[in-house]
Design a protein around this ligand. Sequence first.
Ligand code: ATP
Length: 514
Amino acid sequence: MTQEELFKKLVAHCKEYGFIFPSSEIYDGLSAVYDYGQQGVELKNNIKRYWWESMTRLHDNIVGIDSAIFMHPKIWEASGHVGAFNDPLIDNRDSKKRYRADVLIEDFIAKQEEKIAKEVEKAKKRFGDAFDEAKFLETNARVADYRAKRDMAHDRMVDALNRNDLEELRQIILDCEIVCPISGTRNWTEVRQFNLMFETKMGSVSEGANTIYLRPETAQGIFVNFLNVQKTGRMKIPFGIAQIGKAFRNEIVARQFIFRMREFEQMEMQFFVRPGEELEWFKKWKETRMKWHRALGFGDEHYRFHDHEKLAHYANAATDVEYEFPFGFKEVEGIHSRTDFDLGNHQKFSGKKIQYFDTETGESYVPYVIETSIGVDRMVLQVLSASYEEQQLENGETRVVMHFPPALAPVKAAVLPLVKKDGLPEVAREILHQLKFDFNVQYDEKDSIGKRYRRQDAIGTPFCITVDHQTLEDRTVTVRYRDSMEQKRVAISELSSMIGAEVGFRKLFDQLIG
Ligand code: ATP
């Protein structure tokens, strides 16, 4: 199965088992907007909890807030979003499709890399054990050609983006002979800038409408509350403010399911530090955040950093945490050293002093900021892609199993009476009531036990608890483990502590502080 097929199957699985539905489906959907179903919302809430508690509980100098989506429109002037939150767009005149110019060039660069990898594969087969990959990469003429194209496109693009040179972006597309994936032609328009913020009106129009924006990031809600939190919480630098909330971007290239949406959720933390100490903190936060990702146990080799060469207008260092999705390594989280840009600009635009008096140094200053910013939905997609497996069983059957880390699994345990009679459902319901105050548990008595196990595997339930006739005699049940499919006899009285030890966040948190 190719990675593309695998991804298609995952998307279908998400719909079939109530994780994610296209928005407004009965009206043919709304592009790049999705709804979470009964399993999806549980998974998403668990991811948010993992992030929120690792920030606010494991750090005694980080607190949370929840700011409004609507904010004073001047905020977006101060933050630079009105002037500079743009994507360079280009249209193909034949297909009438619109693309992000930089994404077209990035796809071209990725294609050159794929071609190099293919040459290596071919040569490996041809030369067998005698193959020297390093030498081959150095000397093969075709590889040299692909590399030259890749580097040319990359260097010119970085330079054009840094200089905001739209004509040059178009020229690179022409020089690389990039065609529209739909029409196959090179009939391109000029490149134009397009602002990503959604606008709406506040108040009734007759009263004099006021244009406001749906926030494109949650961070500004933290910056404008910096003094409120610092003063009321008597916070001492270094300290952080965390927030989870919706953000909206009028994305043009919306694709890859919930990877890029127009309405999505972010988990952002702004960490305020002394000027001059920001790069040291940037390094620390890179390590801390990578640990958080890796603790989930999906394999360290699937994560990497991608340090930015083109820095946003507010940053003096930036990196992405990338995960290897079925469609390649892609950003899940951004970590940015935002300098004093935001607080400094809010001070300027609002006319209010936003400074911190440092009792240790006796100085007042505008703090510098390290930001960690992760998309909840992108993280959901990461966990879904990492967890999905189609397994061939020894008896010839297949099963789809979601290997969610137990702490993130939507349902923690399913209670299943072996048959629908002989008093077994009553005992199963008794167990359900015993567990449901602590865990999200399900009761299922329909179909054969095998089918019920498959249904729980498909939603990633770590434990299936089967009540059988022996239960009536000795108050024990069979516990079946999702990943190994092993079964164990356990006393009903031990279920709660056994499940609790596995599905709690403690196991993850231990890795973060260890
Ligand atoms: P990209 O380069 O993918 O557009 P970005 O660099 O603009 O992302 P940031 O502004 O740094 O993204 O946002 C931080 C995080 O928010 C990203 O790492 C991503 O997880 C998430 N995110 C950003 N845009 C979207 C979107 N349209 N849909 C879903 N998640 C998003």
